[in-house]
Every structure is written in C-alpha cells, then in structure tokens.
Design a protein around this ligand. Structure first.
Ligand SMILES: [Zn+2]
Length: 499
C-alpha cells in the first residue's frame, strides 16, 4: 500500500477557494478509491494572499527526504506551488527523494501519456525557471563581463580598486607563487603550510593557512589570469540561492580577465600533479552509472538483472556487466551476463532510431497534446473569473474618479479608493498566476515536439541525462541469449499503453 502525505493550503481572503476541510475531504475520497494510506497532513493557512508564508509546505518538502511517504497529494496543482518556477523546483526536490506529486482534481494518473506529459511539463518549467534566473542575473553578469569584482572578499593575492577591478597585492601574490611552485615540486600541503608560517604569511582573513585553503588556492584558475563568474554564488529573487546549480553554462570564464599571478604552464603542471595524486585506490572505487538499473530483466527466468563489476583476464581488465539476479544469488538460472556497454548502447540506439524518430515523435506528441489540453481546461476556468472580478473593481475605481472629477469629493473616498487598489493588485496577481499555470500546463504541439526531439541526440548527453531519459521513456529491457527487446512506455504501433 502506498503511503501519502496530504498538503492543503487556504487563504482566508479568497472566497472562491475550497476550504481546507473540503480539500482534505476530496483527497481522502481519492485515497480510499486508490488504496492509499494517509500518514500525515500538512496545512498552511495564509492570513492574507499577499503575504506568502508556508511553513508546513517547507516542512513537508524537508520530510520527503526521510522516506515516510511515497506520494504528496494535493487537491489542485496550484495548491502545491504559487507559480511555475516554484513548482518546477519543488517537484524536482520531491523527485530526488522518490516522492511523487499527485493532484486529485487534475487527476494525474499513471498512463504512459501522463508520465510523458509530466516530464514534458517539468522540462518546460525548468526551461522557464532557468530563463527567470537568467533575467535576474543579467545585471550581475554585465558586471562580470567587465571582469569586475562582484562582491565578497577577494581571493588571496588581490585587492579591489575603487572602480571594482582587481589589482595584484604584491605581498600576498608572493605567497601564492610560493604555494604553486612548492606544489609543482611535489611538496605536500603540510610542508607548504609550514613554510608559509615560517615566512609569516597569513590568509586574507589574517589566519594561519589550513589544508583546505591551500587546496582552494591551487584549484583557482584566477591566479592564471582567468576571470570566473559563478552564478551559484549569487542571489536569486532576493533569497540566497541554495539550489547549488553549477552547470557549465552558468559559469562565465574570461581568459586574461584577471591580472595573472602565475603563468598558465605552472598552473597546468600543478593540476596534473593534483589529479594524479587523487588516483589512489579510492578512485577505483568510483561507482559506475548503470543506465538500465531497475528496468532490465532476464529473458530466461524473468528475474531482474543487476549491475556487476569484476576484474578478469591476465591484465585484470575491469569488466562491467548486467547479471541475472537469480544466477547471482543461487545459480538457479544459467543466463550469461551481458556487457554493460553493449546492452546500453543497444537501448540508446533503439531510442534514437525508433522512439525519437521524427515519425514516432509526431505520434507521441499528439497523444501528449490531447492529454495536456484536457488537464489545462480546469486551470483555464479560473482566468475568465478573475478577469470579470478585475473589471468589477476597475468600474468602482472609475466611478470614484468620476465623482471626484465632477466635484463630489467626500472624505470616505480616500479609504475606499485605497481598499480598491489593494483588491485590484491582489486579483491582478492571481490572474497573472492563473495565466502562467495555464500556459505551462498547455504547451503547444510544436513545443512538445521540440522538447521530445531534443532527446534524439541522447548519445551526446551526460550520463545523468541519459539515465533520466532512458528511465522516463523505456518501460523495460528484456535480455535474451540472441537478442535484446526494448519496450517503450508508449506502444508506437497500437493505440494505448506499452507492452
Ligand atoms: Zn535469469
């Protein structure tokens, strides 16, 4: 039986909203029909729609990491998040913890179309949220492109001039040069620290050096003259951005943007040294990414296959494979293991040539589009209601303005006008959010196709992305002795679900 947490939210100043009781009741009906156990109920009651305070929501996100529930049930998707940016972020958080979001009213189900739709919507939401962050960051990036200091303590070896550009601090720069040249001659961190202390050098904050600070310095490309601006360190939306997004595209690197303290050759020498010394026995223990874990099955006994690594042959070459779990456990199956590389490449080729072939995409996109239209209907109903409300408020405002214009000034007009302005702003915000929700929940056929098509070159994506794409679109892989069957979540021949 699946375990679920309920999340309900209510703003007392919005009469149109279902009460918390009504939301919870509808969700309970749903859990009874679907055999789901409710383990916890989180409720936020907002005093005013203009103040956003959701302690229980954040607690629920936090708790999702503890494994107490598999689902979060909401009455309607807009209970879950205020806007698409929020939604994308928190959905990802839940997903990371293997918790799925289910909206009772929008009736997100487990049909293949729904699963794909959800991932498409998520992808599009992610795209939007990236764009938003980009907008916010524009100003900072402009500063960055001029190679200026964007805040905080400058790195050891540099000072910041009045116009915010970096200048070399000669005394500190000598310490930096010493650190690099000693490391290039294979000195360990302890020896370097000893020498720095002996010569009386201190860190930027005036402390003695530690191993971590030495490591940070040796890794910092700025010393070789590369200006680096990293968006993850910046603030988004006024709050500290803790998402720890550190994708390459978010990092600005400008060669020659900093006054160099050491030359490129020395910097590279040190990097080589450091990556070599890391490759001890620990590096060999690095975990492989098994792209097919959880969806690959043995064609002989039907059992699942699991990733396996062993060293074989005279050269003790590492051999990675998938092996039948029954064979591994007690030799009750005689299926041979299959090369990890071979079976993964086969599945990736299948995806590329069959599932993401232009013709198949047409077909899948149409199915998803129909599904999305159906779901967006519910959200679209809000828009005309808010629009009507807004027209009503505007009319009242106009009446007062006209009354004042024709000389009918009255002391009560002022406070009445203030009230109306507040109401107007609140409804405008709701209308805006409803439009955003509607937009993101009803992607155009063209956008769905584009989104699907970007997976076509799956071969060139990162391992993480490959795994995500495979786990979304491949239902299962069955390994036989002479062939490999790949089942997608949508049956491309028939009408309905996969096989
Ligand atoms: Zn087997």
């Amino acid at each position: 039986m699946k375990k679920a947490a309920i999340y309900a939210r209510y703003s007392s100043d919005n009469q149109r909203e279902e009460s918390i009781d009504a939301q919870v009741r509808a969700i309970k009906d749903y859990t009874e029909k679907n055999n789901i156990q409710i383990v916890k109920i989180y409720v936020d009651e907002a005093r005013s729609a203009t103040i956003d305070n959701r302690p229980q929501f954040l607690q629920m996100i936090k708790d999702s990491a503890l494994g107490g529930f598999d689902l979060v049930l909401v009455h309607k998707l807009d209970r879950f998040a205020r806007n698409r940016y929020d939604s994308a972020f928190y959905r990802r958080e839940l997903k990371k913890n293997n918790v799925r979001l289910v909206s009772v009213l929008e009736n997100l189900d487990d049909s293949p179309e729904s699963v794909i739709l959800e991932s498409v919507l998520e992808g599009i939401a992610e795209y939007y949220s990236k764009n938003l962050a980009r907008e916010v960051m524009k100003g900072m990036k402009e500063t960055a492109y001029k190679c200026k200091h964007t805040g905080g303590i400058p790195p050891l070896g540099y000072d910041v001039s009045d116009d915010k550009s970096y200048v070399i601090n000669q005394k500190e720069a000598a310490a930096v040069r010493l650190i690099f040249s000693m490391r290039a001659k294979s000195a360990g961190y302890n020896l370097i620290i000893e020498e720095l202390n002996r010569l009386g050098y201190r860190s930027k904050r005036g402390n003695r050096f530690g191993k971590n600070s030495i490591h940070e310095i040796l890794k910092n490309e700025k010393y070789a003259g590369v200006y680096i601006f990293n968006r993850s360190a910046a603030k988004v939306d006024g709050k500290r951005n803790n998402h720890k997004i550190k994708k390459d595209e978010d990092i600005i690197r400008i060669e020659g943007g900093m006054p160099a303290i050491i030359d490129k050759k020395l910097f590279n020498e040190v990097q080589d040294k450091m990556s070599k010394s890391k490759k001890g026995p620990a590096a060999n223990k690095a975990k492989e990414t098994y792209l097919l874990s959880g969806i690959i099955y043995c064609g002989k006994c039907g059992g699942s296959m699991v990733g396996n690594r062993k060293y074989a042959g005279r050269n003790r070459t590492l051999y990675l494979s998938y092996e039948c779990s029954k064979r591994k456990r007690n030799k009750s199956c005689d299926m041979k293991s299959i090369s990890k590389k071979f079976v993964e490449e086969t599945v990736i080729n299948e995806l590329e040539n069959t599932f993401f072939a232009p013709k198949a995409i047409e077909k899948i996109a149409q199915k998803i589009y129909d599904q999305a239209k159906f779901k967006a209907n519910e959200i679209n109903k809000d828009i005309p209601i808010f629009e009507k409300e807004l027209r009503g408020i505007q009319k009242q405002i106009d009446n007062i303005v006209n009354a004042v214009a024709s000389g009918l000034a009255h002391i009560s007009f002022k406070s009445k006008m203030d009230d109306l302005e507040v109401q107007k702003a609140t409804v405008e915000r709701r209308l805006y959010e409803a439009k955003l929700q509607a937009e993101i929940n009803s992607p155009s056929l063209e956008n769905i196709k584009k989104y699907l098509a970007q997976n076509r070159n799956i071969k060139h994506k990162s391992l993480g992305t490959q795994k995500q794409v495979i786990q979304t679109y491949v239902k299962k892989v069955v390994v036989h002795e002479d062939n490999i069957e790949t089942h997608f979540i949508v049956d491309l021949n028939g009408g309905g679900g996969g096989t």
